[in-house]
Design a protein around this ligand. Structure first.
Ligand code: CO
Length: 440
């Protein structure tokens, strides 16, 4: 394996391990962008944009849009946008989470998106996310703190096979309401469950328990990412879907201003639950940022529309690699393989946005980058998943192609993929952003 490919995969695993929740994924992206000279803009303040400038905007701590403006006129090149999502399926801790369950203190959780529930059993889980706290120095008296218990804290133990003899034939099933509460601690007589949990959270957040107001907490794995295989040719980690695409978009963003056009990386929360939210891809976040870039650079309405019409969106989300132990779950002619390059996702019903123009465009980008590419079609007899591409294409009137790197076990708490594909995708996306330079 070539050195740069390993390094890209290593960087990805480090990013994921530092980002146990979408809030952390955005905080780490923001820190990286700051280090690269991108300046933060606030949505509730006026913007002063300059040609050649690089900026980023965060909405509600878990969606982020970064952009670098070309030195020349925006009418040439248009927007070159990579879209991805910061969230992953799993669990979210309920508001009144802590309760007595037999001899234990348990935490009630909601199911977030479509996780493979059984993959969370018997793992060394923890909690990470954002808590809202009383903060008299902050607007409205409310501040937010990131929290991450950097050690195993909660657990979803299996039932012994002696009491669940059919588990290997029937699969591991949980009752969504009664069997998902996570074990936290033994029940204590002195400290009621809710008080115990709030105390833990407040301590982690560095505030008094009385100042803790509310929380958005994801259940996260504590096992670091790993290379596996004799040559380390594969990787495993949580949240590859879709922090791998977020990482690729950020890594590909240019560090120098293009001649023309605007390079944009748009990372959204809430894709796994449908994107219909304040900060989701179906909301107005990207639309608002693009319009403000347009007006900030002095475009009138007609010019702005023409720039949008010359723009492209590459919607990057992971793809299903061929699983040779389940050959009948794949279309025979569209078996995509890990370490064989990015995948162009096609669906006639527009669950993926790639039309023939998008397919040809992305294939050309791959060829220019010297990277192989593959095409994916979901079987006709299985319902196809979707992603942010179609809704963003529709909402913004953007030419769009849906792509992503191949992976196994999508929505498991421990997903796996090829170590070489991350570097390949980054090279292709760099070429995509460079298209704004030549104003194709
Ligand atoms: Co995804």
């Amino acid at each position: 394996m070539e050195e740069p490919d390993t390094q890209r995969a290593q960087d990805l695993l480090a990013y994921i391990d530092a980002s146990p929740s979408p809030w952390h994924a955005v905080a780490n992206a923001a820190a990286q962008l700051e280090g690269r000279g991108y300046r933060r803009l606030a949505e509730d303040e006026p913007w002063q944009l300059e040609p050649g400038g690089a900026y980023y905007v965060v909405r509600d701590d878990s969606s982020l849009i970064a952009f670098r403006i070309g030195k020349g006129a925006l009418t040439r090149g248009g927007f070159r946008i990579v879209g991805a999502h910061t969230d992953s399926p799993g669990f979210r801790v309920k508001p009144n989470a802590a309760h007595a369950k037999g001899p234990l203190t348990a935490l009630g959780v909601e199911i977030y998106g479509g996780p493979i529930l059984a993959s969370f059993a018997d793992r060394d889980l923890t909690l990470a996310g954002r808590v809202m706290v009383r903060d008299d120095s902050a607007p409205g008296g409310l501040g937010s703190r990131l929290v991450h218990f950097d050690r195993p804290l909660v657990r979803l133990p299996n039932l012994a096979i002696h009491m669940n003899r059919e588990v290997n034939k029937e699969g591991l099933k949980f009752d969504y309401q009664d069997q998902l509460p996570l074990f936290l601690a033994a029940l204590s007589e002195e400290l009621p469950p809710e008080e115990r949990f709030r105390g833990l959270l407040a301590e982690q957040a560095g505030v008094a328990a009385d100042d803790l107001r509310s929380w958005g907490l994801a259940v996260a794995d504590t096992q670091p990412g790993a290379f596996w295989g004799p040559e380390g040719e594969f990787i495993a980690d949580s949240q590859l879907d879709n922090l791998a695409s977020c990482h690729a978009a950020l890594a590909a963003l240019p560090d120098e201003g293009p001649e023309a056009g605007v390079a944009v990386a748009a990372l959204f929360d809430h894709e796994e639950v449908g994107s219909e939210s304040y900060k989701g891809a179906s909301g107005n976040f990207l639309e608002s940022v693009l319009a403000r870039i347009g007006s900030g650079l002095g475009l009138d309405g007609d010019q702005y529309r023409s720039v949008l019409a010359s723009s492209w969106l590459v919607s990057a989300d992971m793809a299903h690699a061929y699983h040779p132990s389940w050959p009948r779950h794949h279309d025979d002619q569209h078996q995509v393989e890990v370490n064989q390059g990015p995948v162009i996702k096609v669906n006639a019903a527009q669950r993926y946005a790639s039309d023939e123009l998008g397919q040809a465009y992305f294939a050309r980008l791959c060829e220019q980058a010297g990277v192989p590419h593959q095409s994916y079609i979901h079987r006709n007899d299985l319902p196809c998943g979707s992603t942010i591409g179609p809704m963003m294409a529709a909402r913004l009137g953007l030419r769009t192609v849906d792509v992503g790197n191949p992976m196994w076990a999508m929505h498991s708490v421990r997903e796996s993929a090829g170590a070489e594909d991350q570097g390949a995708l980054i090279e292709v996306l760099k070429g995509f952003y460079a298209e704004a330079v030549i104003g194709s």
